[in-house]
Structures are given as C-alpha cells and as structure tokens.
Design a protein around this ligand. Sequence first.
Ligand SMILES: C[S@@+](CC[C@H](N)C(=O)[O-])C[C@H]1O[C@@H](n2cnc3c(N)ncnc32)[C@H](O)[C@@H]1O
Length: 261
Amino acid sequence: MTIGTVFLVGAGPGDPDLITRKGLRLLRQADVVIYDRLVPRQLLDETRPAAELINAGKAPTRHRLSQAAINALIIDRALAGLDVLRLKGGDPFVFGRGGEEALACQRCGIPVEVVPGVSSAFAVPAYAGIPLTQRHISSAFTVITGHEIGDGVNYAALADLGGTIVILMGVKQLPKITDKLLLSGLAGDTPAAVIEWGATARQRTVTGTLQDIAATAHERAIRQPAITVVGEVVRLRDEGVAWFESLSPPLHRLWPAPTLE
Ligand SMILES: C[S@@+](CC[C@H](N)C(=O)[O-])C[C@H]1O[C@@H](n2cnc3c(N)ncnc32)[C@H](O)[C@@H]1O
C-alpha cells in the first residue's frame, strides 16, 4: 500500500483569512485533519465532508493529547495510506513542535511537506498596531518563550541586544519575566503591551511600562493566548497605528469569537 503524505500547515494566528493559499488548497484535499486548540475553527468548514477531523487539543476525555499520542496518530493514518494535514496555529516551526512531528514521520519513512504560516509572533503585534521594527526606533526583534524562565533564555544578553522583545506563552510568568528584564538592565519606563486573542473578535490590548505591565495585565484579567511586546515601538500604537481595534464598522466583530474548549 502507498504511504500517505503528512502536510504540516500553519493556520495563522486567528483571522481565518490569514492562512496561505497553499495551506487552504491542501486543507480542502486532505483525508485526515488533525488540528490544534488555537486554530481558527472556521477553517474546518473548508475540509471535505468525508475528511476525518481530529482535535488534538481535546481528547474524548477532554484532556489534551500528549505529543507522543499526536505523533502516533499522524503516523498511523499516514501508514494507512491517507494524506494527513496537521493544522497548527501560527507557523508550525515557531514554538509549534512541528519539528518534532516532522522528525517522527521521517523516522517512519513518511514523506513530509511543510507549509509555513503567519506566526502570531509578528501578526498579533501587527493587529495591535505595533510594528516590530521601525527606522530610528528598533532595528531588531527577538522572540522568546515565557515558558522556560529558568535556563531557556539569557535575559542579560537579551537586554544588551536592544530592539523589540516579543514573548510568547508568558502570561502566567509575566511578573517573573518583567523582573528578569528589569534586573538585566532594561529601564522600568520601557513601553510594553500585552495582546490577548490577537487577530480575533476577542482581541484586547493593554499597554503600560515594563515596571507595571504585569500588574495591569493581572488587573484586566488577561489570559492566554496572549503575547507581550516590550520596546519603544509600543508607543506607535498609541500614536495612531492601532488600526484593527478602531475599524469602523468593526469588521472583526463578524468573526465568531473563538473558544478554548
Ligand atoms: C505554543 S505557541 C504556538 C505559536 C504558533 N506556532 C505561532 O507561530 O504563532 C502558543 C502561544 O502563541 C501565542 N499566540 C498564538 N495565537 C495567539 C493569538 N491569537 N493571540 C495572542 N497570542 C497568541 C500565545 O503566546 C500562545 O501562548
């Protein structure tokens, strides 16, 4: 029997129109679609009626499938001759564990194709009106995970580098992360923003400074998924680049609000 192909496809960060043409074409053809929690649900309407849809973010027991279980599922379906589309939020290779899934398939001789996606790392700041670089203000940006406070990130080097800092998966740890950045020498009045459910009808943005952003986000009950941006570019939002939240009529209200099941 022929082995199926596994397509690791980025769905984009929330607005269903941000998937690539290639991703959408493959989604419409797939035999099996295994999708993650943060994938815009409207995209599932694009699948074939006969396609098998599997929510990797919620097993029948309402628990998330482990990475090993997801790998096993992908491999099982592909070895059965089915084309599997693994739909991931944002880009599959940016904090998406796409690399692990690609390696697991490769070890079993399953062909893999990767379709990059629009990562939340830059798209969510863009929807909040925050350019990550701006001439004379910021000429670099660094994307870090807020998950690994201990050894994952060298905060001193980060503070030295300058430019804009984008933190994914960091809401719960925000007080610790901002403390680390302050201790590493970043000024307390450095502008900062946290954007929740970016590029969706539920987008909310809070702004402040490195000193007070963790307390403000806590007061405003900001929850994941959210992205934190630290750097002078945050000021540009308040200077008038906040296009999405000021759309009139607010087109984004037309999209159904996503839920975390
Ligand atoms: C496991 S990472 C996956 C990142 C994804 N592969 C990408 O390229 O966007 C999940 C984190 O991405 C961020 N994120 C993803 N979608 C988001 C959204 N619509 N609004 C705000 N943050 C988002 C949050 O920090 C969340 O905790």
